[in-house]
Design a protein around this ligand. Structure first.
Ligand code: HEC
Ligand code: HEC
Length: 211
């Protein structure tokens, strides 16, 4: 009987070990990779200070994981599962699935630092677009998907608040040109394709100012 109990205990121990390794993300385990690899460009806590590199602190884990999957190059993916970026493709090449899950959990649990906007006039113009859209050209309010305060809505809609203007603007232009096409139902491509440079600049500047 004692043997049986020990044996069952061992089986439970092994099974929980597997469950931990393959299901429950372990943010602490990602800290080493975050410090050694990601920190150079995104900051150790995901609050990148380099304007071309996105802040990923406080971003939803599901969105981070989706992007990491999309960056990974593979010949069998659908077009909307691909996000072309040579730098990030090189980064994800050496990550396992559980590394990616752990990193997503780690960065999403970090506190996002406030962003910085420099042009007040643009911020006001961008605020109008973000909250009310542009009726004449059929642009919906960004807040309807990304939430009024820019925190996003997990799992689908990413957090935007406080993001660097330069990064946001680059992504909006990439959606507009179709260079970034990993928005599953084409929503971002359709929206950005109807917006002018000035409108994109304004909304990107407002996003940087959002807390
Ligand atoms: C050499 C610089 C560099 C390193 C190192 C790096 N990244 Fe990136 N990362 C970038 C750049 C640049 C982008 C923007 C890509 C684009 O423009 O599409 C990016 C984008 C991302 C995004 C998408 C963010 C969003 O808002 O859509 C995630 C998630 C990400 N990186 C996670 C990581 C993780 C996790 C690591 C560590 C394993 C890492 N990165 C290492 C430069 C880097
Ligand atoms: C109908 C819903 C919807 C609306 C409205 C919407 N978005 Fe998005 N947006 C999305 C989705 C979904 C994604 C994530 C795409 C992906 O999976 O990569 C996204 C991604 C983004 C990104 C990329 C974030 C990053 O970290 O790389 C930016 C920037 C963005 N949206 C800005 C805007 C702006 C500005 C507006 C208003 C003009 C807007 N969105 C309106 C659904 C929406």
């Amino acid at each position: 009987m004692k043997h049986l109990v020990n044996c069952l205990g061992l089986i439970v121990f092994i099974l929980t070990g597997f469950a931990n390794a393959y299901n429950t993300p372990d943010p602490a385990a990602a800290k080493i990779i975050a410090n050694q690899v990601c920190a150079a460009c995104h900051g150790a806590d995901g609050n990148s200070t380099l304007l071309a590199n996105p802040k990923i602190a406080g971003q939803h884990a599901e969105y981070i994981l989706k992007q990491l999957h999309n960056f990974a190059s593979s010949g069998t993916k659908k077009p909307e599962e691909i996000r072309n970026n040579p730098v990030m493709a090189a980064m994800v090449a050496s990550l396992s699935e559980s590394d990616m899950k752990n990193l997503a959990a780690y960065f999403s649990s970090q506190k996002p630092a406030p962003g910085m906007a420099t042009n007040k006039e643009l911020v006001l113009k961008g605020k109008k677009i973000y909250r009310g859209g542009i009726a004449q050209t059929g642009i919906p309010a960004c807040s309807s998907c990304h939430s009024p305060n820019g925190a996003g809505i997990p799992a689908q809609y990413p957090r935007l608040a406080g993001q660097h203007t330069a990064y946001t603007l680059a992504q909006l232009k990439a959606f507009r040109s179709g260079e970034r096409a990993n928005d599953v139902n084409k929503k971002m491509r359709t929206i950005a394709s109807r917006m002018t440079d000035k409108e994109l600049e304004a909304v990107a500047e407002y996003i940087a100012a959002m807390k």
